[in-house]
Design a protein around this ligand. Structure first.
Ligand SMILES: Cc1cc2nc3c(=O)[nH]c(=O)nc-3n(C[C@H](O)[C@H](O)[C@H](O)COP(=O)(O)OP(=O)(O)OC[C@H]3O[C@@H](n4cnc5c(N)ncnc54)[C@H](O)[C@@H]3O)c2cc1C
Length: 412
């Protein structure tokens, strides 16, 4: 049973902030510690799938999020010649009760952080506090933080590592656990100011990482009063790993623009899109980690990317962190020992997220484009139906995650 002590949340990313809100909703006190000195509207776009917008709606945040976001209406898969291979409705348009949202990470964070500060209290979120160690006794757990020139230890009923893909809490718990694994694909992420294309709310995946792939979707509408949107793009190219630490670095469009120099589709001009890039370009190696047998030890556990980093092919990582947060908070609110609550949380979430990690590792999201590319030797086709039947596409469109118990795929 939780005593009236705080749950110590390490990291104020998507998972940490949603966990704080869920705990608060269940009457469980918490404190959040974030390494960054300030939480700024950095980053690019993210897609939140209906299974996660449902949880955010339960927290009363959907209206605020929708007011910033583009409500995703469809998915389009095409080859490097811009020829359509598969199109399907998304979110509400596909019959889900809750929408799929394409949103700037800064907007998402601002909504979550405002809610945490106003509901739980600004003094419950400390920025500039970097976790450097964790530990526990029978009746409590602690985390040590470096902040400024000081080091402080904070005790609580439990410690939850929500500190992302390079988690310190993970390494503390499992010093000999598996390391991050590079997928062989590097990503460059950026945003451009660009007019509507297709439905104005389409998420496009074009090409394959071997030659060059780009994912494009709008995340803010009419940002200049002249109908131009802020459009998120992610370039994926198979490349040897340049920096073995795998950390995000600043990149340049010149690093990859030549791959796309001839991608002038009738409906979207990729060189034009890239030339209208605004703000920084980030270079991110695509990494995951073998699923773990355990996420917890005693009163300390992991959540989100710290627990199950995955390659971001299926727009799932953030959404899974949201589901973790809901599950963990509900079990910590039960009248049972903390260790048992953490066991129940793992039981609910571990196999499920492992199946997504392994499915994304197999590149399930690229299967349709890959098969068409194989049959056409990468050349344009005359008629898609001469290359592949709609029945074959329908089979490939449902990602074959090993464990059938998965969330809806991003495009069905
Ligand atoms: C290119 C790309 C595209 C993606 N697209 C999508 C998408 O469309 N949909 C989707 O659902 N997911 C997507 N993801 C995945 C998603 O971004 C992550 O899964 C999600 O951010 C994980 O949330 P988190 O809270 O676990 O970690 P994070 O969001 O990484 O947050 C971790 C937080 O912990 C802090 N921290 C780190 N170390 C410490 C420390 N020692 N002490 C204190 N604080 C610390 C960090 O500063 C950060 O604020 C994408 C990822 C990438 C790279």
């Amino acid at each position: 049973m939780l005593t009236n002590e705080d749950v110590i949340i390490v990291g104020a990313g998507i998972g940490g902030l949603v966990l704080a809100l869920e705990l608060h909703a269940h009457g469980v006190p918490c404190r959040v510690f974030e390494a960054a000195p300030e939480i700024k509207p950095l980053g690019m776009g993210i897609n939140i799938q209906p299974y996660a917008t449902e949880v955010l709606d339960g927290l009363g945040l959907l209206e605020a999020l929708e007011s910033h976001a583009v409500v995703t209406g469809e998915f389009l898969f095409c080859n490097q010649h811009g020829q359509e291979i598969y199109r399907s409705p998304a979110g509400r348009a596909a019959g889900h009760v809750f929408p799929q949202l394409s949103i700037h990470r800064g907007d998402l964070h601002a909504v979550l952080l405002d809610a945490v500060r106003s509901r739980i209290g600004s003094d419950r979120v400390s920025t500039g506090w970097r976790c450097v160690g964790t530990g526990q006794f029978d009746d409590r757990a602690w985390a040590t933080f470096a902040h400024g020139t000081e080091v402080s230890t904070v005790e609580g009923a439990a410690v939850v590592g929500c500190d992302g893909i390079h988690s310190v809490v993970y390494r503390e718990l499992f010093p000999y656990g598996p390391a991050l694994r590079y997928s062989g694909t590097n990503m460059w992420r950026g945003t451009s100011v660009f007019p509507d294309f297709l439905s104005g709310a389409s998420m496009v995946r074009a090409g394959l990482p071997a030659e060059g792939k780009i994912v494009v979707y709008p995340i803010r509408r009419d940002i200049d009063g002249r109908g131009n949107n802020l459009v998120n793009w992610v370039v994926e190219i198979d490349t040897p790993l340049s920096d073995p630490t795998g950390v995000t670095a600043l990149g340049r469009t010149e690093d990859f623009a030549d791959r796309f120099a001839r991608w002038h589709f009738d409906w979207l001009d990729i060189p034009d899109l890239l030339s209208r890039s605004v703000g920084p370009v980030l270079e991110v190696p695509m990494m995951d980690r073998d699923p773990l047998d355990r996420w917890s030890s005693g009163r300390i556990t992991l959540l989100g990317d710290a627990a199950h980093p995955l390659v971001p092919l299926g727009s799932n990582g953030g959404g899974q962190a949201v589901l973790d947060a809901r599950s963990l908070a509900s079990h910590l609110a039960e009248d049972i020992p903390v260790e048992q609550a953490l066991d129940r949380y793992e039981e609910e979430r571990r196999a499920h997220t492992a199946s997504i990690v392994l499915g994304d590792r197999r590149g399930v999201v690229d299967l349709m484009v890959r098969e068409v590319d194989r049959r056409t030797l990468g050349l344009p086709f005359e008629r898609l139906s001469d290359v592949i039947s709609s029945e074959e596409l329908a089979v490939l469109a449902v990602p074959n995650y090993q464990d059938a118990e998965i969330e809806p795929s991003p495009y069905v």
